[in-house]
Design a binder for this molecule. Structure first.
Ligand code: GCW
Length: 693
């Protein structure tokens, strides 16, 4: 696929139309003195060439010494590599920055205006370069910069749920996988452009294949062995394919990881068991991992989904999850690799929400140092809004990772506009009280080598990468937010809009409003916004659709009955509230103090239970579902005001989807309010329910 047949997303580098800014940018960046001492520096030069030519309208002069004749220049290199840097910045301070950190400073060197980008490592130089280009792409002045940046999270990963060899992406809504495993190790230009997109928002790790390394059939596991599947990426003849991808990502400071099957010793090896305490199994993992690192020297490690949704695990051998993870971790340790062990384990407890804590909290401190327990933000499964997983703050002796979903499995897939950043912001700002008041999730995760955040990927081979143009904001926003969780959702969306649609203030304001209102609307028409969730269609297809409404399939999630709705997760029910620290546990335990947006997640209440403002539960649900649809209609109307302001291809693409979005929101509303009416028999005070026949 030729380079220009897919979208360049936020790396458009449109010509700067502000004359004053343009001349300042040219003065300072038309001449570039960039070191070329490392592969990453090749990336820096390429991106500067591409970016500056686009922005300034002519290619920069790249020097490998200070350009004597220039009025100003850009100097990029490690602190001691060049005099314009070592003589103008505190090199000790730069060297003590986090390894992915960087410093950008406007200085005068020997009477010449100089913009310095320096960092302790080459990947820091890559991030610094993208930062400067972002400032220029968003029309910001660069003549008085004094920037020090360090990522809050050491590990900033993308988890692809791409099924190798079969090209499908589980919960992917943007076409087939971009990774062509049949043709690898041959490379596609698209791999390089994907790495650019990820590096431009600070991503430093990519897991290239689905955690469902063995596609369990609905009739039970092990049936898929015959067809090539993800677990086979560990087979010797596939490792050069992995290295080929790794060779692209490493240029951008991105480590490559694989999802592996816990039974690999049996599937890939020919052992009879995968028992983690079996000496042959231990030896097998050691040999296999050594082999991987011979081929991919900077391999990141493995992600493992075990004892979960049909994937095998240590329970098959009556071992616990620490024993399961540690046999793999011991093999990776000598190479500096890490196991990302998923805590998405449920199915043996009536209330799915309680199981992960009961399984993992008792194992705190049992995991090897190079194991990170990867926890979904909420106890269920990436619903539009969930309470925080109780594991955050409950395992101080264990490295934790937070798993977020970038792809919109439950928020409208590739049809609905839904900006996830406010949801993630709510997760990261949530106070767990782990060390008393003021212990937000973001602080629990930050600044620990083995911790970080993993986002379930969204890209596919569609020309627009994400199936919906506005969904690009989620990939962009994910990277920006996990680099700096103190950024606001608005700051991030404005950055993205300016780089993607230009700086016209009407366009920026309108698209920003649409994005910022989209998540609340999604919660309203998918759930009614007072704690219900998981009312989507499952059906019998190999991969459930999770797009349409189907409340009747999930009584154990909404608890609808003649007398009321919601689930009792208090001490009189599943006691999930008891897993939270005080004062959260008491706050959730009491319907009077439980936040309304989570009320029915923790409580089963009569339909006519009065909320704080006197409205009944059922009436609030009716109101919120109807409000959700009206909100989507408003988003569409706002988008329509942009006709002619945005190129027709993207305008039309989004406008068409808004039409389907409104219809689907109405479908959710009508299906679920009728379902509630059938149970409660309580009509809507405004006569909207029961619905006219
Ligand atoms: O969200 C659910 C999805 C599955 C997914 C699973 C998981 C990869 O419906 O498609 O499997 O969670 O997180 O493992």
């Amino acid at each position: 696929m030729p380079i220009d047949s897919y979208d360049s997303c936020w790396l458009r580098y449109e010509p700067v139309d502000d004359e004053e800014l343009l001349s300042s940018y040219r003065d300072r960046c038309e001449h570039v003195y960039a070191s070329d001492s490392a592969p990453e520096l090749g990336v820096v030069r390429e991106e500067l060439n591409r970016g500056l030519e686009g922005l300034l309208g002519r290619a920069p002069h790249l020097w490998n010494h200070p350009p004597r004749s220039a009025d100003g220049f850009l100097a990029i290199g490690l602190p001691d590599e060049m005099r314009p840097i070592s003589e103008t910045v505190d090199t000790d301070a730069v060297r003590s920055l986090d390894e992915d950190g960087y410093r950008i400073r406007s200085v005068t060197w020997e009477g010449v205006d100089c913009t310095v980008i320096t960092a302790p490592t080459d990947s820091g130089l890559v991030y610094g370069t993208f930062h400067l280009l972002r400032l220029m792409s968003t029309g910001q002045p660069i003549d008085d910069l004094d920037i020090v940046e360090e990522p809050a999270n050491a590990n900033r990963l993308i988890n692809h749920w791409d099924n190798p060899f079969r090209g499908k992406v589980e919960r992917g809504y943007a076409g087939p996988s971009i990774f062509d495993w049949e043709r690898l190790p041959d490379l596609r230009q698209r791999y390089f452009d994907y790495a650019r997109l990820l590096a431009s928002v600070g991503i430093n790790g990519v897991v290239v294949n689905n955690v469902n390394t063995k596609i369990p059939s609905r009739e039970g596991a092990n049936e898929a062995v015959s067809r090539r599947a993800g677990w086979q990426l560990l087979e010797s003849d596939n490792l050069e394919k992995v290295e080929a991808l790794a060779s692209v990502f490493r240029r951008y400071g991105i480590k490559t990881y694989l999802s592996v099957n816990f039974a690999s010793p049996m599937l890939v090896g020919d052992l009879e068991t995968a028992d983690p305490l079996d000496a042959d199994v231990e030896a097998w993992w050691e040999r296999k991992v050594d082999e991987v690192y011979e081929t991919v020297p900077d391999f990141g490690g493995f992600v493992v989904k075990a004892d979960s949704e049909g994937q095998t695990g240590p329970y098959d051998y009556d071992r616990d999850h620490a024993e399961g993870a540690n046999v793999i971790a011991r093999a990776l340790e000598p190479h500096g690799g890490r196991v990302w062990w998923r805590a998405f384990v449920y199915g043996s407890h009536e209330d799915r929400a309680v199981q992960a804590y009961n399984t993992f909290e008792p194992l705190d401190g049992e995991f090897h140092d190079n194991v990170t327990v990867q926890i979904k933000n909420g106890p269920i499964d990436f619903q539009p809004r969930e309470p925080i997983s109780t594991l955050f703050g409950a395992m101080p002796e264990t490295d934790l990772g937070c798993e977020l979903q970038i792809t919109q499995e439950y928020t409208g897939q590739n049809v609905h506009a839904c900006y996830h950043v406010p949801q993630w912001k709510e997760v990261l700002e949530f106070d767990t009280y782990a060390d008393g008041e003021g212990t937000p999730v973001k602080d629990l995760l930050a600044d620990r080598e083995g911790q970080g955040i993993a986002g379930v990927g969204v890209v596919g081979d569609d020309p627009n990468w994400t199936g919906h143009y506005l969904a690009q904001a989620n990939l962009y926003g994910y990277g920006r937010l996990i680099w700096d969780p103190d950024l606001t959702s608005e700051e991030i969306s404005e950055e993205w809009i300016r780089q993607t649609f230009g700086g016209d203030s009407t366009v920026v304001e309108t698209v920003n409003e649409i994005l910022m209102n989209s998540w609340d609307a999604s919660i309203d028409y998918h759930t009614g916004s007072i704690g219900l969730m998981h009312m989507m269609y499952n059906g019998s297809a190999a991969l459930e659709n999770h797009y349409d409404p189907s409340p009747e399939e999930w009584p154990e999630y909404h608890g609808a009955s003649e007398d009321g709705i919601g689930l009792d997760r208090t001490s009189s029910g599943s006691d999930y509230t008891g897993q939270y620290r005080e004062p959260l546990a008491s706050r959730y335990e009491d319907p009077e103090t439980c936040p309304e947006e989570l009320l029915l997640f923790f409580h089963h209440l009569p339909w006519e239970h009065e909320l704080a403002d006197g409205t009944t539960v059922v009436q609030r649900l009716y109101d919120n579902f109807f409000a959700g649809v009206e909100a989507v209609k408003e988003l569409r109307a706002q988008w329509h005001t942009l006709e002619g302001e945005i190129d027709d291809r993207r305008y039309r693409h989004v406008a068409d989807r808004f039409d389907e979005h409104v219809l689907q929101a109405e479908r959710w509303r009508d299906t679920i309010v009728s379902f509630f009416y059938d149970y409660s028999g309580v009509p809507d005070e405004d006569g909207r329910v029961p619905l006219e026949a």
